[in-house]
Every structure is written in C-alpha cells, then in structure tokens.
Design a protein around this ligand. Structure first.
Ligand SMILES: [Zn+2]
Length: 460
C-alpha cells in the first residue's frame, strides 16, 4: 500500500499532522476523499472532543454520525433510562436495553459502530452546578435536549467558556437547527458580524402555555431524526474545517477571526404535515441577526459569570417558568377524578356536560363515558372569536349538548392544566350565567383518572 497509512499497531498520536493507522485509513477513507476533508480534516476530527447533551431523539442520530465519522472523544450527558415509548425515534437504543441508563445504552450501540473513539458517559442531567465542569472538557457542544431551561443554561456556559454550540429542537411535526457562538468571540465583544448566542436569537422563552415536551405533544421519528443528523453534519463541518478557530493552528482564540468563518447565522426550519398531500417538502432557512448589543449573556454590559450560574444566578427554572399543576382555581371549582367517579357512580351527580379538551388523537384512544371532545386549541380560537365579535356565550359549547341554563359543566384534559384555563375562560365569557351554572375542573386530568379510577385506561 502506498497510501499514508502508518503501521497498524502504532498508537495514534495527538497531532493534526501524523500518519493515519491502517484501520483509520480503511474506516474513514470514503469520507476523507470528499473535497474539503482530506487527511487533515480527518485528523482534526480524531483529535477533537464533542459533547452531546441529551441521548434522545436528536442525540441518538447525531451521536451515530459523530461516532461513525471518527470524532476522537465523545461525551454524552443524560440522566434518563430507556423506555419503550422512546424507541420509535431514539434509534441508538434497543428493546433489549429497556431500563438501561440512556448514556450506557447509546454508548454500547456506538461502540458497535466504531470502537475507536473514547466514549465518556455523564449519566445525569446537566444542571447549573455541573454544566461548566463538564462543558469545559470539550471543543464543541451539541444541544440535543428538549427543555428551554437547559437550552439557556447550555448557551450561557458556552458563551463564557467560548465553545461553539450546534443547537437543534424538534416537537411534534417540526424541527429547527442553528449554529451558535461559532467562532466563539469573547463575552462583551459586540459587533453584528460576530455570531449570536441562543439568547441573542431567542430573547425570551416561549410562553408556558405553549411549552410542551415530546411526551405531551407527540413527535415523529423522521422529523427529529433529520434534525439530529443535520446537527452532526454541522458539527463535523465545523471541526474538520476548523471553522471555530482562528487562522493559525495555535488555537489562540484572541487572534482575529477570518472573514470566511463569519457567515450569516441561519435558522433551518423543517416542517412535516401528516395531514397534507405528499410533499411539498418544507425546509426554510431564516437569516438571523448577529450578536445583540444588549444580550443578557454575550452583550457588552453582561454580568453573567460561571460563578453566578453555579450559585443560582440567573435562575433558569424561574426564567422559563414551566407549567405546574398547582394552579389558581379555587377549591370549590375543582373535583378530584375519584370523587367525580364515585359520586357519578352513586347517581348523586345531576345531569351534566363533560367536556374533554385533549386533542382528538388523544381522545381517540379512550375517554370517560359520555365525554364530548372540545380540543383546547380550537376552544381558545372560538373563545377569542366570541370575545371579539360578541354573540351568546353558550355558542362556545358543543352543539350536540342541549343544556339548561343551570346544567353543570365538568372539564377534563390530559394532566389538569388546560382544563383549568378552560373553566376560567368559560366563566369569563359568562357561560356560568352569573353563578347559576357550576363549572368544575377535574383535578389532574386523565392522568389522575388512570391513577385513581381506571389503571387500564390507555393514557398517552
Ligand atoms: Zn447573546
């Protein structure tokens, strides 16, 4: 063989200018001949350290390609265990590994693909106390998580430690991808030509009512898979082309950033609609602005520090104020699932309307006898229209429910949040006829129904 392969037994050296081992040459030859990669791009991958945060629907496909491409050190952070409902999309796990820690399951799979990288498990969730200590060990971070608080935490730490961040997200039928902080300019060095951080692009988290995780909203495997693969593609490109580094090979991050590395940041959006005809394939690329002068994390007056993050400043949970089940409805407007069931079974409940505000797909798996499906999203739109245009308040109620003025209404949803908002909105619209009609929330929704009344209920 005349190629630059070196001896098969030689231990790889940590240099971007060494010979490849025979196995490395054989394993990576198909990607090394792609224009722009070559031996030097491959060695940069072999000598790099990438951290994948989240071993789920994004992290699994991302990790497969990162491992396959030969990234030398791959860290994986996740505190969860493999569940059967993960497997339709989390392709790095397996039925035979149900109950395993996700990091261990994914690493077992990756070692099968490529035993050469050094795999580092971090079998816990990333939090403000451990984030900097973990992230500092790597050259590039891939955000494959599914909650806003962690996204802001990861981005903030990447700004302070000057790590490029490849961030993706996917819920239900859409996904998005953006490369942030790459190349990583120092905190406070503000110029629009420098790349943004997550906070520059998404100044505020989405409102709590719109925050749903994959478990709540559902998710399509190919959609999240596509975003994870695209994430791997960007990470490989950044490392192999040294797009995150100054022009010299000294890794001196204070050296000027070459113009070619300062490209317009772009947000890739993929949408996929099961209810539409075949195609059109919907990819959109939105051009994003660069660094924001007044950004909380990277802006010129930023007071964000690693020490602050560790000691609870900022408070990521409060900032993202996730929905809680502890809502403001007074106790007289609420009834537990078991009490509703018992009083109804004893015939002590007057004739009433039972509204189930889950989406129709959830409702189709099963519901309480006699419940009428009024999906929450459509309910909110109808409520807004009545408020805007006027009309009798009872118009919001399903037409098939012929009700007297004082017929009580019970509202149930999936976990007991939407139902409370529905009760509030119905009262706001005057559907309670000045207190004549009782409108009650069933506490904890169909989850509570399953826990308290019917353990066989197919709750999804
Ligand atoms: Zn910023």
């Amino acid at each position: 063989m005349t190629a630059d392969t070196g001896a098969a037994s030689a231990a790889p050296m940590k240099s971007n200018d060494r010979r490849l081992t025979y196995e490395e040459f054989e394993r990576y030859s198909r990607q090394m001949i792609v224009p722009g990669m070559g031996k030097h791009g491959q060695l940069r991958l072999i000598n790099s350290r990438i951290l994948i945060i989240g071993a789920g629907g994004l992290g699994c496909p991302a990790a497969q390609y990162i491992a396959g491409a030969g990234v030398g050190t791959i860290g994986i952070v996740d505190g969860d265990t493999v569940e059967i409902s993960n497997l339709h999309r989390q392709v790095g796990h397996a039925t035979s590994r149900l109950g395993w820690k996700k990091v261990d399951s994914l690493i077992a799979h990756l070692k099968d693909i490529n035993p050469l990288p050094n795999y580092i498990p971090h079998p816990f969730h990333l939090d403000p106390q451990n984030a900097a200590d973990i992230i500092t060990q790597y050259d590039l971070v891939m955000d494959c998580t599914d909650n806003p608080a962690t996204r802001y935490l990861i981005s903030d730490v990447c700004v302070l430690l000057r790590k490029p961040l490849v961030s993706a997200a996917s819920v239900q039928k859409s996904g998005q991808l953006i490369v942030l902080n790459c190349p990583p300019a120092p905190q406070g060095l503000v110029d629009k030509k420098y790349p943004p951080c997550y906070r520059c692009c998404f100044k505020k988290p989405p409102p709590p009512s719109s925050m749903v995780s994959c478990g709540e909203a559902g998710i399509m495997g190919p959609v999240v898979g596509m975003m994870g693969v695209a994430q791997a593609g960007e990470a490989i490109k950044i490392i192999a082309s040294a797009l995150h580094l100054p022009p010299s090979s000294t890794n001196d991050l204070t050296a000027p950033i070459p113009e070619r590395n300062l490209q317009q940041p772009t947000l890739l959006i993929y949408t996929y609609d099961l209810e539409s005809a075949v195609g059109p394939y919907s990819f959109r690329a939105l051009r994003m602005a660069g660094r924001r002068k007044n950004c909380f994390a990277c802006g010129e007056n930023s007071t964000l520090t690693l020490e602050g993050i560790k000691t609870g400043n900022p408070n990521y949970v409060t900032f993202c104020s996730p929905p809680t089940t502890d809502h403001a409805l007074p106790p007289e407007d609420r009834i537990t699932a078991s009490k509703y069931h018992e009083t109804r079974a004893r015939g002590e409940l007057p004739a009433h309307l039972l509204i189930d505000t889950r989406e129709k797909e959830h409702f189709s798996f099963g519901a309480i006898d006699g419940a009428i499906n009024v999906p929450f999203g459509r309910f909110l739109m109808n409520a807004a229209a009545i408020k805007r245009d006027g009309g009798p308040p009872d118009q919001i109620l399903p037409a098939e429910a012929a009700l007297g003025d004082d017929t009580p209404i019970f509202v149930v949803c999936r976990r007991g949040l939407d139902s409370q908002e529905t009760v509030e909105k119905l009262k706001e619209l005057g559907v309670d006829h000045g207190g004549k009609r009782k409108i009650m929330d069933i506490v904890g929704g169909m989850k509570a129904w399953k826990d308290e009344v019917d353990p066989t209920f197919p709750f999804v």
